[in-house]
Structures are given as structure tokens and as C-alpha cells.
Design a protein around this ligand. Structure first.
Ligand SMILES: [Zn+2]
Length: 345
């Protein structure tokens, strides 16, 4: 699949296509931005562009009037299947980290001419999982990059890379996808019907990965907790009762003993679900188009909740939830965040 067939990220795709056409691609790039927006897909499309045996001319739909990979020749197909000899994909192993030997093997290969293609491409996915020793091994190569090789580091957490690595690799910053773009991807690549796709996309916050989670057990459980919280807070009981209600939102799932990190993730998932409910309440309250509801299947419940959450309260609540999620991703104490939220909504 060439760059021209990727949804969203038009400026980045243009930049890459132009650099390839003019042979000005840097030897190393960091592809950064939220999870599930297509960074790895773009890295693979770039690998195809560098090795395609039958490039499509610009007029055949390449991004912004530049040649694009054909997506069907032997090289493109082998790259898409992950079996091209010159396109090396490194990702975390079972330990969750990327060990130094994986990087050393790739770095050694990169010193030689490509086997079958024009350029060797080393894609390191979840590059923030590189152990420091592996980053140092990589660093030596980045200092004097072999001319026929390109290193693509894919990560949603670039701040975890060594400063010395980052300083040598220009960053391509991906943003979230638009709701329409996500719906489009769900229909085209994941066989969603258009109505379900739109509902999943609305609650996905710019990420295809998150849209695909919609409907999973975890998602449904998170939404149940969030709805319970809204019902309990709707009656606006006294602060003490509010704090108790909040505690339930932060509580572990029944029957699970989870680590602090897992508990934080569960809480964030519940808050995101809470955010989608509050956004839906704004839609219902403003008598907006129901096609935009993320929780259209809860229409009856939303109609009941909207008695307590008018546009103002739901809008304020949504902003509060956003601040809470931000604080949690920056490592704030879950208890402090939940207490604050329960008193504010
Ligand atoms: Zn091709």
C-alpha cells in the first residue's frame, strides 16, 4: 500500500514523498504521535517507496504529485508481509523491551549493501522500549549512517529516548485522525458498517486503535462504571457521599488483583468512557444529530441522565474529565484526581 492510500496525515505524507523524490531523506527519522494513528503504516509505506520495483507515476494518485509505491509488485508485497530481506522490523519481545542483540544484528546488516532492494530500511516500532544499551548501539550507527540505510523509530513516547538519539533524528509529529477519517478506515479495512464505524470513531479521540476497542469487554465494563458514577452524582448528594461515589470509579475490577499501573489504566479507560457519555449528553441536550452519539445504544439512559446534566453541566463535566485524564497520564495520584473529579462534576 503506497503512501497515497493512507488515510490522514497529508502534510507528513507530502513531506516524505518529496524527500524521497528529491533524494533528501534523512538517514534517521522519529515518527511520533498518539498510539493507533498509523505511524507504523506510514513507515512501511516509506519502505515500499524506497524499494518498489514499479513506482506509480504522480498522476496515478501519488501524494501531492510525487511518484508513489505501486503496492502490488513483489517488493511491495514482501514488505507488507514483513518478509523483505532489506526491510527489518524490530519490536519489543516478550519481556516488553527491545534488547541490544536485535539492534546489533540490524546495525551490522546496515553496514552492507542491500540484498535485493535499493535501500535498507530498519523500522523500530515502540522504539521507547529500546534498553539504553540498545540505544547506545544504535547511536554509533546514527553518528556515521551507512548511505544505503534508513532508520525509522516509531514511538508515542519520544521523551523516553536518549537525548543523544533524539538529537540525531528529525521528528515527524503525527496528530490524531479526524472522526471521518477513522470511520473511513474502520469501514475500508475492518469491515465495520458505516453506522457502527461512526459511533466507534466519535469516541476514539483520534485513534484507530481506540476505536477498535469499542465493544470489547473492557470498554463495556468501563462504560458501565462511568454511567453508574453519573447516575450517583446526578442527585448531587453532599461532598462526603460524592467522594465515596468517586472511590468506586477508582476501584479494581471485580475478581481482579491488579498492579498500580494496570489500575491507573483501568481508571483512565473509565474516565474516557465518562467523557464520551458527557459529550453524548451535550448532543442529546442540544437536540443534535443522534448519528454523532458515541453511545447510541444507551439512548434511553442518556435521555434519563440529561434531566440532570444539561448542556452546561455536561460541557463542564467533559472539560473536567479531560483535565483528569491529562493529570493521570502525567502520573498524578489517582486518589487525588478521583476526589477532585467527584467534587467537581
Ligand atoms: Zn511496488
Amino acid at each position: 500500500m503506497g503512501l497515497g492510500h493512507i488515510t490522514g496525515h497529508a502534510p507528513i505524507r507530502r513531506l516524505i514523498a518529496r524527500a524521497v523524490a528529491r533524494d533528501t531523506l534523512p538517514p534517521c527519522l522519529v515518527l511520533t504521535g498518539p498510539d493507533g494513528v498509523g505511524k507504523r503504516r506510514v513507515a512501511l509505506a516509506l519502505a515500499e517507496m524506497l524499494n518498489c520495483e514499479a513506482m506509480n507515476p504522480p498522476e496515478a494518485g501519488g501524494p501531492a504529485a510525487f511518484p508513489d509505491a505501486c503496492g502490488v509488485c513483489g517488493a511491495c508485497q514482501r514488505i507488507a508481509r514483513g518478509v523483505h530481506a532489506d526491510v527489518i522490523i524490530i519490536e519489543p519481545g516478550e519481556t516488553g523491551s527491545i534488547r541490544v542483540d536485535a539492534v546489533r544484528a540490524a546495525v551490522d546488516q546496515a553496514a552492507f549493501r542491500p540484498f535485493e532492494g535499493r535501500r535498507r530500511v530498519v523500522i523500530i516500532d515502540d522504539a521507547d522500549r529500546l534498553v539504553p544499551e540498545a540505544q547506545n548501539a544504535l547511536l554509533k550507527t546514527l553518528e556515521e549512517p551507512p548511505s544505503a540505510s534508513v532508520f525509522l523509530l516509531v514511538t508515542s513516547r519520544p521523551h523516553l529516548l536518549l537525548a543523544t538519539v533524539r538529537s540525531r533524528c528529525p521528528e515527524l509529529r503525527f496528530g490524531g485522525l479526524l472522526t471521518d477519517e477513522i470511520a473511513d478506515i474502520l469501514v475500508t479495512w475492518h469491515r465495520f458498517n458505516p453506522t457502527t464505524a461512526l459511533a466507534a470513531a466519535v469516541s476514539a479521540d483520534g485513534s484507530v486503535a481506540r476505536a477498535l476497542e469499542t465493544g470489547s469487554d473492557d470498554h463495556i465494563q468501563a462504560r458501565d462504571s462511568a454511567a453508574t458514577l453519573l447516575r450517583a452524582l446526578a442527585a448531587a448528594p453532599n461532598p462526603k457521599r460524592r467522594l465515596e461515589t468517586g472511590k468506586e470509579l477508582g476501584g479494581a475490577r471485580r475478581g481482579s488483583r491488579s498492579s498500580a499501573a494496570a489500575a491507573r489504566e483501568t481508571l483512565i479507560r473509565r474516565l474516557r468512557a465518562l467523557g464520551t457519555l458527557l459529550r453524548d449528553l451535550q448532543v442529546v441536550s442540544a437536540r443534535g444529530d443522534r448519528a454523532w452519539l458515541a453511545n447510541a445504544d444507551l439512548a434511553a439512559e442518556l435521555t434519563e441522565l440529561v434531566q440532570s446534566y444539561d448542556t452546561d453541566r455536561a460541557g463542564r463535566g467533559f472539560a473536567i474529565v479531560e483535565r483528569a485524564v491529562n493529570a493521570l497520564t502525567r502520573n498524578a495520584s489517582p486518589k487525588v484526581v478521583v476526589d477532585w473529579l467527584a467534587l467537581q462534576i
